[in-house]
Design a binder for this molecule. Structure first.
Ligand code: 4AD
Ligand code: MG
Length: 482
């Protein structure tokens, strides 16, 4: 008999009533030595399997423990019990994999996320993690789906890069040179001309510069791949290896760019609302349970599903950096010196300021644009008509409640002279980036793009507090297990 999947069985129940079936899966629960909740991973849901010791050997029943792997054969019946409309009455059970509960790290009860992180080879078996990784999958699919149906081309930007313009100081070196005795140049520096690629290379911090090449040929492209940053940030928002989505579009100005980002974010969240109801309910219930004993001020202002619906049905707020600064400086907590940091025009906003804007003042996602030139990357387009000592660039960051920055992007500087001038100002050798300048010299055009931190948006959608719990195998300072 051919094995049937639980998802198929539950979505076509009528078809299978009174039919013989064969199923395999893991035991999620076993009540009264009679009722198994079986999961095969094809859906969040379990199917109830009824075993009785008239047809199944006592010694086999003893081996049906939590998370043991079994195969069953039986007949699909209408269920009279609560909580399910069908069940399988088993007449044969085969143990595919026993589970030694005496030494198994997981227990059939709530366990802390910190503990589960140390058990990454098992944590996906828990309801919470299973819901998170199903949603992560759905969101990755929604990303490709969105761009594909809107005329974008998926560009595979390289993981190993020879350009270090963007991430000075926070890149992971890629080398095959002997770490103990690397070849040296006459002035005593490591001689990377002897290295594998004949030059110094690193893991990429962004696919943007390559995406610009793509946009100026294919019009609209996007990248979606792993990105590496060697910052020593041990926070709930930073990973050393994370996935980034970077669309890049010819002929888009900063406003087109913001429109795209807003529409794109709303679409992928909508996709999850429409396709991951079971998963969201599990996560929503988890949050309610976690917040049960918390003070009201510390609880989320809305339920998880409610907050996602809110974001998809309300426009994001759009303000300039200068307006944002005014709101912060005029705020009660700022005047009462409740913030840790003071700010003046030209400073980067600290996360406490961003959170105030998004969570207290606007209570929804906010797009902040036109940042001071001095705090942003060299490739961002200088805005015309700004005062000489208050020059801004056409940059935009999108801030989300509870998360902070999810998107960073800009219109790119397409004017060759301005770009060269800026590179010299920040100390990038124009000759090293000839190809990037060529894009301006030969048939250049206004263009824009942004980067979405995939884990940050998955964090928002799943309501998980720590970014390490939304990537299967997190990499962070001193952490590269599994
Ligand atoms: O703001 P960032 O640094 O922008 C860029 O890299 C541009 N090249 C993007 C572009 O215009 N094409 O990073 C973009 C986003 C951030 O907004 C954040 O969501 C995420 O990437 N991000 C991180 N996510 C997890 N861990 C980290 N260490 C991250 N650093 C950035
Ligand atoms: Mg940024």
């Amino acid at each position: 008999m051919k094995r049937i999947e639980v998802a198929e069985l539950l979505s076509n129940e009528d078809k299978y009533i009174d039919q013989p079936v064969k199923l395999s899966g893991w035991v999620k629960a076993f009540r009264n030595n009679q009722f198994i909740a079986l999961s095969d991973g094809t859906t969040m849901k379990t199917i109830q399997v009824v075993v009785n010791n008239e047809s199944i050997d006592e010694s086999l029943i003893k081996r049906i423990g939590f998370h043991a792997c079994i195969q069953i054969m039986g007949t699909v019946k209408k269920s009279l019990g609560k909580g399910q409309s069908i069940e399988i009455v088993a007449d044969n059970v085969l143990i595919l994999g026993d589970n030694d509960l005496g030494t198994y790290p997981l227990q059939p009860k709530r366990q802390t996320l910190e503990f589960l992180r140390e058990q990454a080879h098992f944590r996906m078996r828990t309801n919470t993690m299973s819901a998170v990784f199903r949603i992560r999958h759905a969101m990755a699919f929604a990303v490709h789906n969105y761009f594909n149906s809107n005329g974008y081309h998926y560009l595979h930007s390289p993981i190993i890069t020879g350009s270090d313009a963007e991430g000075a100081g926070e890149m992971f070196r890629v080398t095959t040179l002997d770490a103990k005795q690397p070849p040296l140049t006459d002035d005593g520096k490591v001689d990377f001309s002897e290295d594998f690629f004949g030059k110094a290379t690193n893991l990429t911090v962004s696919g943007q510069l390559q995406a610009e090449i793509g946009a100026l040929a294919l019009g609209k492209v996007y990248t979606f791949g792993p990105t590496f940053r060697a910052e020593n940030s041990n926070t709930t928002r930073h990973l050393s290896e994370f996935w980034m989505i970077e669309p890049e579009m010819a002929f888009f100005d900063i406003h087109d760019n913001m429109d795209l980002a807003e529409n794109f974010l709303q679409s992928i969240i909508k996709y999850v609302l429409e396709n991951c109801k079971d998963e969201l309910e599990v996560l929503d219930a988890r949050i309610i349970e976690t917040e049960k004993n918390m003070k009201k001020e510390l609880r989320r202002p809305m339920g998880l599903i409610e907050s996602l619906e809110f974001v998809t049905s309300h426009e994001f707020e759009r303000i300039t950096y200068t307006e944002a600064l005014q709101i912060i400086m005029n705020s009660k907590p700022y005047k009462k010196k409740k913030f840790e940091y003071m700010v003046t025009w030209g400073d980067d906003l600290h996360s406490e300021h961003e959170r105030y804007l998004v969570e207290k003042h606007f209570k929804k996602p906010v797009i902040v644009r036109d940042y001071p030139k001095s705090i942003k990357a060299f490739y961002m387009r200088e805005n015309e008509g700004t005062e000489p000592d208050k020059k801004t660039v056409a940059a935009m960051d999108i801030l989300f409640p509870g998360i902070g920055e999810v998107v960073g992007g800009s219109q790119r500087e397409e004017r060759l002279d301005k770009l060269v001038e800026r590179m010299e100002e920040v100390g990038i050798e124009p000759a090293e980036m000839q190809w990037y300048l060529d894009l301006r010299k030969f048939g250049g055009c206004p263009h824009s793009g942004f980067g979405l931190g995939f884990e940050r948006i998955v964090q928002y959608v799943t309501g998980m507090g720590n970014i390490r719990d939304v990537i299967p195998f997190p990499r962070a300072p001193k952490t590269a297990e599994f």
